[in-house]
Ligand binder design. Structure first.
Ligand code: PA5
Length: 424
C-alpha cells in the first residue's frame, strides 16, 4: 500500500458506528460501479482502463515521443477541462520530467495570453497536439485556428501534417473531420470515458509521451490503484474509507472540502481534482464544494479562515514522505532570527513540522481532516492517486444519488455565449 490514509483528526467528528451504518450504501455503490447498474453506466470505461492499456501501445507512444522530440523544440498542448488539466498536473507534479518545454493553449480566451504564446513559439520548431473529445469546444477550437494559421506561415502542407496531432472521437465531431480531411495523425478517445476521467487515455498519454514523461510508470501506478481500490474491502481500501468519511462529514454540514498540501507542485493536481469532484458531484442541488490550498503560502492568506471561519469545512491533506532533494538549514553566526535551533536540519523536516502543526491546529479549531501520504512525488504514485480519486468520485456520486458521469450544467453558459455570438 503505497498511499496511506491517516484519519486521527476525524476523532469526535465521525464515529466507527456511523461508518458502519453506511457500509450497505457503499457496497451498493461499489456493485453499481462494478456491474454497470448505476446512473451514467455508459461512462465507466475508466474503472478497468489501467489493466486494459496494452504495453505495446505505451511503447508505440514512447517511440512517437522520441520521434517528435527529435525535430521539435517545444510542444503546444491544446485543450480545456478534462483535455487539459490532467496533462498539466502530471507535468508540473513531476517537475523535471518533461524533456522539451510544454506550452498550453485552448484553456482560456485571453488575447494577451495567446499573443504571448504565439510570440514565444514564433521561432521555435513546434509540434501541436490538439485534444477535444467533442471537437466543438470554443476555447480549443479557436486556439487551434490561431495556432494553425501561425504555423502555416512557416511550414508547407506536408510539414504541417507532421506537426499536428489530433486526439479526438473515433468517428464524430469537427476535429475528427479535420484530422481525416487534412491527413493529420490522430488518436482516439474512447466513448466510455468522460473528459475528467481521461488522463490515462490518449488525451493524457499522447502529450505526456511527447513531453518525455514516464507514461509506463504512470499507468503502472494506476494499475496498482485499480488492484487496491476496486475491491469492496473497507479495512484495506483507503479509497473507500475516504469516500465514507467525506460523505459522513458532508451529511454533518461540512459542505466544503479543501485539498491541502505543502508542496507547490501539487497546484495543478489540485485543479485536476477540483474538476473531477466539482463536475461529478455538483448537481441536483447537491455536492461538496472542492477547494484547494498550497501551504505554507496560503497559510499566510487563508490560514485565518481555515482556523477560525465558518465551520462548514473539512480538509484532506496530501503529504509526500520522501522529497527528491535535501537541503540543510545553514548555521548563522549571529542567529538574528533565532533559527539556529534547527540548523543542520533538512528544509523538508521543517516543512513536515509545518504540516503536522497545521493539521493539528485545524483539528482543534473545528476542521476535521485526514491525510493521504504518498511515498514520493513520482509518476507511479501520481498514477495511483489519479485512480484513487477517480474511483472515489464514482462511488461518492452514487452515494449522493447523482449521475457522477455527466455535466449538463456546463452547457448553460455556452448557450448564452453562443446567443451573444450569433452562433447556431
Ligand atoms: O468534463 C468534461 O466533459 C468537460 O469539462 C470537458 O473536459 C471540456 O469541456 C473539454 O471538452 P472537449 O474535450 O470535448 O473539448
Amino acid at each position: 500500500m503505497s498511499i496511506t490514509l491517516n484519519t486521527d483528526h476525524l476523532k469526535g467528528f465521525i464515529s466507527d458506528d456511523e461508518v458502519k451504518s453506511i457500509l450497505p450504501a457503499i457496497k451498493k455503490a461499489h456493485e453499481d460501479l462494478e456491474n454497470k447498474t448505476g446512473q451514467g453506466s455508459d461512462f465507466l470505461g475508466w474503472t478497468d482502463l489501467p489493466a486494459r492499456i496494452e504495453d505495446s501501445f505505451i511503447a508505440e507512444l514512447e517511440q512517437l515521443g522520441k520521434d517528435v522530440r527529435a525535430n521539435s523544440d517545444c510542444l503546444v498542448s491544446i485543450g480545456i477541462g478534462g483535455s487539459y488539466l490532467g496533462i498539466r498536473s502530471t507535468i508540473e507534479f513531476l517537475r523535471d520530467a518533461a524533456q522539451i518545454p510544454v506550452y498550453y493553449a485552448g484553456h482560456n480566451m485571453s488575447v494577451d495570453y495567446v499573443h504571448d504564446l504565439l510570440e514565444t513559439i514564433k521561432d521555435k520548431r513546434v509540434t501541436v497536439v490538439v485534444i477535444s473529445k467533442s471537437g466543438t469546444t470554443t476555447e480549443p477550437a479557436l486556439a487551434f485556428r490561431l495556432i494553425k494559421e501561425a504555423l502555416k506561415k512557416k511550414y508547407n502542407d506536408e510539414e504541417l501534417k507532421q506537426r499536428i496531432i489530433c486526439v479526438t472521437d473515433a468517428n464524430k465531431g469537427a476535429l475528427r473531420k479535420t484530422a481525416d480531411k487534412e491527413g493529420y495523425r490522430s488518436y482516439v478517445i474512447p466513448d466510455d470515458v468522460g473528459g475528467r476521467f481521461s488522463i490515462l487515455t490518449p488525451v493524457g498519454l499522447v502529450p505526456l509521451a511527447i513531453a518525455g514523461v514516464d507514461i509506463k510508470a504512470l499507468v503502472d501506478g494506476a494499475r496498482q490503484g485499480q488492484e487496491e481500490y476496486a475491491k469492496m474491502e473497507m479495512a484495506n481500501n483507503t479509497c473507500y474509507q475516504y469516500v465514507a468519511n467525506r460523505y459522513l462529514l458532508y451529511k454533518k454540514g461540512k459542505v466544503i472540502e479543501v485539498l491541502s498540501s505543502f508542496y507547490d507542485n501539487m497546484f495543478y493536481v489540485n485543479e485536476w481534482w477540483k474538476q473531477l469532484f466539482g463536475e461529478s458531484e455538483g448537481k441536483d442541488g447537491k455536492g461538496i464544494f472542492p477547494a484547494s490550498l498550497i501551504m505554507s503560502t496560503d497559510l499566510h492568506s487563508m490560514g485565518q479562515l481555515m482556523q477560525d471561519g465558518m465551520r462548514n469545512v473539512f480538509e484532506t491533506f496530501i503529504e509526500i514522505k520522501k522529497s527528491k532533494h535535501s537541503i540543510a538549514i545553514p548555521e548563522d553566526p549571529e542567529d538574528v532570527d533565532s533559527f539556529n535551533i534547527i540548523a543542520g536540519k533538512d528544509l523538508d523536516y521543517v516543512n513536515k513540522q509545518a504540516y503536522k502543526g497545521t493539521a493539528s491546529a485545524h483539528f482543534e479549531g473545528g476542521v476535521p481532516n485526514m491525510t493521504f501520504t504518498l511515498c514520493q512525488a513520482d509518476a507511479f504514485h501520481l498514477g495511483q492517486l489519479y485512480y484513487l480519486f477517480e474511483r472515489a468520485v464514482g462511488l461518492s456520486g452514487y452515494l449522493l444519488e447523482v449521475n457522477p458521469f455527466d455535466q449538463p450544467g456546463v452547457e448553460a453558459y455556452k448557450k448564452k455565449m453562443f446567443a451573444l455570438l450569433g452562433k447556431k
